[in-house]
Design a protein around this ligand. Structure first.
Ligand SMILES: NC(=O)c1ccc[n+]([C@@H]2O[C@H](COP(=O)([O-])OP(=O)(O)OC[C@H]3O[C@@H](n4cnc5c(N)ncnc54)[C@H](OP(=O)(O)O)[C@@H]3O)[C@@H](O)[C@H]2O)c1
Length: 291
């Protein structure tokens, strides 16, 4: 069984992945930014530190067989995204190379793009480039929006549906998503950890259906037995409003995924079946499992 250095263990995907790694009898060393966050991490060793302060956790990478890199920033200034996602990953790669890590697994996004006008997409693309140009044996798993217990995307739609008098649809509502159940992502990650055939591959995966944002909202309303009026908000106005509120310290139910204008789909609806040999959970089943 492998010795794994895991970043981002306290995040949404990390909270689902860590117990699965432990159950599969892997020995896990987690990076957490604060001791308060680290309290939720069970059956693993914890190293407290920031991705950008490698002196605090470098020793944890030494002696590990594998790195699973989930730590990232989704919101914030372009500088923060660049520092955390691109620079943070580059520092981790340098240490992983020095430590002779056998496998480096990076969970990326289908939105990764070489265009600097999309700072998050650009920062993850830079991270991917650094990994591919390194001496490491890597696997990059590019995912569509991931949903499940604790995810900010579906949770945001559910909260507005439950508590707001009208349900906002950002933009035309026609952007399509191949929503992916976090349990399926964990299954894919475990296969990558355990099998050699994913070596030096970049794989793009999504769920089994491509649904428009408005179809997703309609399904949520149906499952919750709610009848609410929907209003379309122009994307720039909604983004401006959310940014202003967040700057004033007001938390909104909106995650960056709600503002996407490009489709968020893999090349094929059967990518998981083709690469990992199982049929991923349909959106309605994930939704019913949650509510
Ligand atoms: N969720 C999705 O829909 C989705 C879709 C495609 C790809 N991905 C990718 O999957 C990965 C995991 O996503 P997620 O949804 O689990 O993200 P998340 O919930 O936002 O968690 C991010 C994690 O990164 C940690 N982190 C952030 N900045 C850090 C820093 N400077 N130093 C150390 N740790 C830091 C956070 O620590 P704190 O707990 O201290 O904040 C947290 O553990 C990311 O690479 C993301 O791009 C996610």
């Amino acid at each position: 069984m492998a010795q794994i250095f895991l970043t981002g263990a306290t995040g949404f995907v990390g909270r689902h992945l860590l117990p699965a790694l432990v159950q599969a009898k892997h020995s896990v060393r987690c990076l957490a930014r604060t001791t308060a966050n680290a309290e939720s991490l069970q059956n693993c060793s914890v190293y407290i530190g920031d991705l950008l302060q490698p002196q605090l956790w470098e020793s944890a990478v030494m002696g590990a067989d594998m790195v699973i890199h989930l730590a990232s920033a989704h919101r914030g200034t372009p500088e923060l995204l660049q520092r955390t996602n691109a620079e943070g990953t580059t520092r981790l790669i340098a240490i992983a190379e020095r430590a002779g890590i056998k496998k480096f697994l990076y969970l990326s996004t289908l939105t990764a793009s070489p265009k600097p006008r999309w700072p998050y997409a650009y920062s993850t693309w830079l991270a991917e480039q650094a990994i591919q140009q390194s001496f490491l044996d890597y696997t990059i798993l590019r995912c569509s929006v991931i949903i499940g217990r604790g995810d900010p995307f579906l949770d945001g739609i559910i909260k507005t549906a439950q508590h707001w008098p009208v349900v906002p649809i950002i933009g035309s509502g026609q952007t399509r998503f191949q929503l992916l159940d976090v349990r399926d992502v964990v299954r894919c990650l475990l296969q990558i950890v355990q099998e050699k055939r994913f070596s030096r591959k970049v794989l793009s995966i999504g769920g089994p259906q491509a649904l428009s944002y408005e179809e997703i909202v309609n399904s949520v309303l149906a499952v919750l037995h709610l009848r609410k009026r929907k209003i379309h908000l122009p994307r720039p106005l909604a983004r401006w409003l959310v940014r202003r509120l967040e700057r004033l310290g007001v938390r909104t139910p909106f995650a960056p995924g709600h503002f996407l204008s490009r489709d968020h789909c893999a090349e094929s609806l059967s990518a998981i079946e083709a690469h990992f040999g199982f049929i991923p959970t349909a959106f309605h089943d994930t939704l019913k499992n949650l509510y």
